[in-house]
Design a protein around this ligand. Structure first.
Ligand SMILES: Nc1nc2c(c(=O)[nH]1)N[C@H]1C(S)=C(S)[C@@H](COP(=O)(O)O)O[C@H]1N2
Ligand SMILES: [Mo]
Length: 312
């Protein structure tokens, strides 16, 4: 599928120093012990079993330093460069996630335990912000489904809601009147949450996530606009009713609950037909935006009975 292993990385990408670094960092870091122990090996096995779609071959990861220096993290700043240093003030150790609502095993789960239970995989995904810029990111993480299966959703669990950490003492915008209501919240339908492409990411390029990218644990939903991929998750709540996420609350006509990437549904203030890809430090000429960000083959069936223009 879209699980890419080092063996499959084309020569053109291997020349990027960041890619070379993956192996070394894994071997050196604590994360490595976990991921080499039982993580990357199942990922490789899975990748070998499943054919790679033709368009995955073209994916050229955006260099790490650009992914880390062009971030949206509104609790800290509306400026994509300022977040890099501002986010460093967030403390992320120790970290736990409270899982509540319609599950048989609610509780407070420590990050170390989650990492021990859920082997890490590398997934190279396209990432498309609603603002019409895009990147390609080699994430390290585990399927959200693995965690949800462990806590056993009940038959009442129809939606999964996520909440970001809120630390007003280090987050300048948390104290100001803002278009968003804090804490930052996002949600998925349970079948979207259980989809094998949906990831809880703890790293990228084989290293732990940078704080500005949502360390220590963030969501990644590659067929949806980036704002669904909530950072620094502290709560996961399973519910029967559809939650209202932060962006939908702020501007329901602009940021819908589904937020599936769709070139045919314009944002009220700009077209979504094309995107600027941040490839190697500069934006390359615009590329056509693909329905479901290129993942239609994997996810279109989730929306088979829905009018994609109405449910945007
Ligand atoms: N908590 C929180 N999560 C967030 C955001 C945010 O401001 N706060 N921004 C979202 C938006 S708009 C995007 S495009 C992605 C950006 O992820 P990146 O900065 O790691 O590229 O994070 C999403 N998750
Ligand atoms: Mo975004």
């Amino acid at each position: 599928m879209l699980i890419k292993t080092k063996k499959e990385i084309p020569a053109s990408e291997i020349t990027a120093p960041e890619v070379f670094k993956i192996r070394r960092t894994l071997l050196k870091s604590g994360l490595a012990a976990l991921s080499l122990g039982n993580g990357l090996i199942p990922a490789i096995a899975e990748a070998i079993e499943k054919p790679t779609p033709a368009n995955a071959d073209k994916l050229q990861p955006t260099p790490l330093k650009f992914i880390q220096n062009y971030t949206n993290y509104y609790e800290f700043s509306y400026n994509k460069e300022d977040t890099t240093h501002l986010a460093q003030k967030l403390t992320i150790d120790p970290w736990s996630v409270e899982i509540s609502g319609a599950v048989e095993k609610p509780g407070i789960y420590h990050l170390e335990d989650l990492l021990q239970q859920n082997p890490l995989q590398e997934r190279v995904y396209r990432f498309r912000c609603v603002e019409a810029w895009a990147m390609v990111i080699p994430w390290l993480g585990f399927p959200l489904a693995d965690l949800l299966k462990r806590v056993k959703p009940t038959s009442k669990a129809r939606f999964v809601e996520f909440t970001s950490v809120l630390k007003p003492e280090v987050m300048p915008n948390a104290n100001t009147k803002s278009m968003l209501v804090w804490p930052y919240q996002e949600a998925l339908r349970i079948d979207e949450a259980m989809h094998p492409l949906t990831l809880l990411a703890t790293g990228m390029y084989g290293e732990s996530l940078a704080k500005q990218n949502g360390a220590p644990l963030r969501l990644v939903v590659p067929w949806k606009y980036g704002f669904k991929s909530i950072k620094a998750i502290v709560k996961i709540h399973l519910s029967e009713n559809q939650p209202i996420s932060s962006w939908t609350h702020a501007a329901p006509d602009e940021y819908g609950f589904y937020a599936n990437v769709n070139p045919d549904v314009s944002h009220p203030r700009w077209s979504q037909r094309s995107e600027r890809v941040l490839a190697s430090g500069f934006f390359t000429p615009r590329k056509q935006t693909e329905l479901f960000n290129g993942y239609a083959e994997q996810v279109a069936s989730l929306y088979a009975n829905m009018d994609l223009k109405r449910y945007f």
